[in-house]
Write a protein that binds this ligand. Sequence first.
Ligand code: PRX
Length: 635
Amino acid sequence: MSNYHIKNLEEYFQVYRKSVRDPENFWEEIAEENFMWRKRWSKVLEFDLSKPEVSWYKGAKLNITENCIDRHIYARGEKTAIIFEPNDPSEKAEHITYKQLHERVCRLANVLLDHGVKKGDRVCIYLPMIPELAVSLLACARIGAIHSVVFAGFSSTALSTRINDSDCKIVITSDGSYRGGKTIDLKGIVDEALENCEGLKTVLVVKRIHSEIAMKENRDKWLQPLLDEAYHDCVPVVMDAEDPLFILYTSGSTGKPKGMVHTTAGYMVYTAYTFKNVFQYRENDVFWCTADIGWITGHSYIVYGPLANGATTLMFEGVPSYPDFGRFWQVVEKHKVTQFYTAPTAIRALAKERLDFSENYDLSSLKILGSVGEPINEEAWHWYDENIGKKNCPIVDTWWQTETGGIMISPIPYSTPTIPTYATLPLPGVQPALMDENGEELKGNLVSGRLCIKFPWPGMARTIWGNHERYRETYFSTFENKYFTGDGALRDSTGYYRITGRVDDVVIVSGHNLGTAPIEDAINEHPAVAESAIVGFPHDVKGNALYGFVILKEIGESRLHENLRKEINQIITEHIGPIAKLDKIQFTTGLPKTRSGKIMRRILRKIAENDTSNLGDISTLLDPEVVQDIIDGAI
Ligand code: PRX
């Protein structure tokens, strides 16, 4: 039996039982057998979830890039590490070998060193899906700098908030980016953001779209000439197991984004382990995760997990609809992709299009299909299974979060029988618990409640950058000594988990995790707006869309309302990004509030869903009559 590579259901249960009975021994064996350490740990796990403090592989020394690059050079130096497939199908794809990746990472690491970046400094990366993005993460890790990738669809305000929150020293960006038939002026967004970031002295700019851009003297530098001059080798900085590797921001239920901090050794072991098992990775596979590296899915399953296993990982710059809806499948055929990992929103969008978009391509290389980011509905699951997998590829519905670092609940292909909409069973080392509203754990099967994890796992985030108390409060205070995920779930009669969705004020729109509070804060800045409340409602393609209830300071003429709707969405685009735009905006004179002033979102959700048959108890509202007014005005 191998802990590291599970091959059938019986083995899964054996490994799972072992991982719960003796977690330290389980994670020790995996760490010992599969990675390169500069110094061994003195203790596998130390923790106190009440604080919370968690330390994995304490005392160990390593560099994650030695594990992701250097050690593969001997066995597979000429093997492709990264395939880069550009936005435009007529542009040549790039194959970067492990040897070449080593050189590119070392050169950039040296450029960063030349600009005064040291171990522990924060580097903001605001780049499209081009090879320099993956190289930038690894170059930071090479010298012990902490990367903070900001998704290149975020606005300048969102970018400056993130740069300032973690006090980044440098930004790596590009002149612009391609998105289907359009280009985006990334450097312009950076320039705007930096008006509010005093401490930031250097911007390194990758040339991608060859647009005319302004370069600020002494601050902005083209990256390529610096790379050409830099030395091709760079000695990795030896890191402590618990040194931060990166910060990645995720939405919260208050206005400020949370900078989740992931550390080095545990994250490496966990992403490598889950990659190997969930995708049943074999040496010559070509793995494609369609996420952007700006999200955790890209960090863990485009960069670190695959490279730690010496895999070939595909980076795609484009979108599924350009030049037409067959693009994903054309790329699968072209590069003979073996594992394909995407989000339900993409599947639903493609399922609406003509079938010949997928039928025109040879998809026979595919072995395993994956889904992540939101619950996958039954219809999308079957479409994926029949038209893409040809009923021959297990589908892994993988549940996890930015905070968990890697996949937590998922089938293991060829081992776990799959059922549409079920993420099925916890991976080894993961101990879920379902809790009722009184904080009691629901034992046995056929129960549903709030999903918690009751024992540490190596990939978990350790803190929120600069605010450990917020970390404790958000995740460890609702249920004693347990990590609370913010999701609801049910456990069926066989012990399978099905994730039912968020139970807090986060809405998943097209697989993007959006807090309602920051959107409300943005809207409330509009001079005509007095107050607002945002909720999610079901949407065919996006999974959820956003519905805004907005109280105006003065009730204007209705013809002005159309303009106001546009302005409100414009303000959201400026503060957060186009992904957070509202699909529906209802102007109302009041909101359902309790006597203590809290908005009862449950009621607004029902109205947005157009299901007002059972609103529950509204007698505790300050002004119950407002509910009928809102129902009458619903869109
Ligand atoms: O609600 C769950 C949903 O996405 C949330 C995490 O979002 P984020 O941190 O952006 O990470 C997304 C990629 C890992 C979760 O709390 N979610 C993620 N995967 C699934 C899911 N909901 C149902 N089924 C899934 N497979």
